[in-house]
Design a protein around this ligand. Structure first.
Ligand SMILES: *Cc1c(COP(=O)(O)O)cnc(C)c1O
Length: 367
């Protein structure tokens, strides 16, 4: 990033040499990003975030293909970047179908098949869920959408840089990603949009990003996104395996040593870095404060919705009632997580849970 913040700060749209040098760097970042997804450079749009990539895909494809119809399909456990876009489409007159998920968080192909009509313009189903980690069978779902002539977008913010996210293998028309989910900086994301798919810009003005997102480009961000992605992918298999084995050590350790504990989401089809665990008779909000004091940083729900008192829509959709959902803590692992850290967590967690349960029993008895 630093060269583009310090010396190479010319505008990439400027025809002079300094501008063209910056333009070259931007196009290099586009080539790297395309290569990471098995896409073509012209199919990559840089955006300000993963949320913006989702908005651009959903509003942009629905708007540009309105002559086909106005039906949009998504599922009940999407990130708010998608669910709130669906809400807005509905308010603006579109027909919106929200598919349910099963107890592990999977969309059933049959439900999608039944929902598709000749008026369906776009289906948007996330590659993996950010709260419970379940990986959807995207290739199968996208093929179904295509059979009926609909486009398919996937929010792959949780998978790009962590597991294989090849747009040809997935068979998707659009895919969102965000740099800060693979150790890049915050405030830069990207949308892959397959050549030939019509899309209207959200931001209009200049002709940047091939007329699909106006505004002078965040070159430092794009360069950093591409570099972080390239580094993540170079070590992807190694990181995936080591992280998944630490995750399993954590999940299995918790299930073995803590009565009344369960795992949310699929065990097999699961991103390597997510351990979503729930504990009966526990307020997760209290538990994570205690964990923080022990040096363990975890969260309830998603970072984007924490602070809200409503239970997570994801946990509700997999069938948990409000009280049960409130006992969920999400532990995120990463490239730098060590076995010692998991051992330490497993050493403190059972005692903390027992103490919290004893306290709430005392409170109930005393009230
Ligand atoms: C984080 C996240 C987003 C939002 O990405 P931002 O870059 O923070 O806007 C969207 N979808 C999923 C699944 C995410 O995990």
């Amino acid at each position: 990033m630093l060269p583009f913040l310090k010396e190479a700060f010319a505008n990439p749209s400027s025809p002079h040499r300094s501008g063209q040098r910056v333009k070259t760097a931007l196009e290099r970042a586009r080539n790297q990003t395309a290569a990471a997804l098995n896409a073509r450079p012209g199919e990559i749009i840089f955006t300000g975030s993963g949320s913006e990539a989702d908005s651009l895909a959903i509003f942009g494809i629905m708007h540009a293909n309105a002559e086909r119809g106005n039906h949009f399909i998504t599922c009940a456990i999407e990130h708010h970047a998608v669910t709130h876009a669906a809400d807005r489409l509905r308010r603006d007159g579109a027909e919106v179908t929200i598919l349910p998920v099963d107890g592990d968080g999977f969309v059933r192909a049959q439900d999608l098949g039944n929902a598709l009509t000749d008026k369906t313009v776009l289906v948007s189903i996330m590659h993996a869920n950010n709260e419970i980690g379940t990986i959807q069978p995207i290739a199968e779902l996208a093929a179904l959408a295509h059979e009926r002539g609909a486009y398919f977008h996937t929010d792959a913010v949780q998978t790009v840089g962590h597991i294989s996210a090849d747009v040809q293998v997935l068979g998707v028309d659009a895919l969102s990603l965000s740099a800060h989910k693979f150790e890049g900086p915050k405030g830069i994301g990207s949308l892959y949009i397959r050549k030939g798919v019509r899309i209207s810009p959200l931001v209009v003005g200049g002709g940047q990003e091939n007329g699909r997102r106006a505004g002078t480009e965040n070159v430092a961000g794009a360069a950093a996104l591409a570099t972080a992605l390239e580094l993540s992918i170079a070590e992807l298999e190694q990181t995936r395996q080591s992280t998944a084995s630490l995750r399993d050590m954590l999940i299995d350790g918790v299930l073995r040593t803590i009565p009344g504990s369960s795992v949310n989401g699929a065990r097999e089809q699961r991103i390597p870095n997510n351990a979503s665990l729930r504990f009966a008779d526990i307020e997760a909000d209290t538990l994570i404060i205690g964990l923080d004091m022990e040096g363990v940083e975890a969260s309830t729900g998603s970072a984007c919705s924490s602070g809200s008192l409503e239970p997570s829509h994801v946990l509700t959709a997999i069938g948990l009632d409000t009280k049960t959902a409130r006992g969920t803590v999400r532990f995120s692992l990463g490239r730098t997580t060590t076995k010692d850290e998991i051992v330490r967590l497993l050493a403190v967690l059972p005692g903390m849970i027992e103490k919290l349960r004893a306290m709430s029993r005392t409170l109930v008895a005393g009230s």
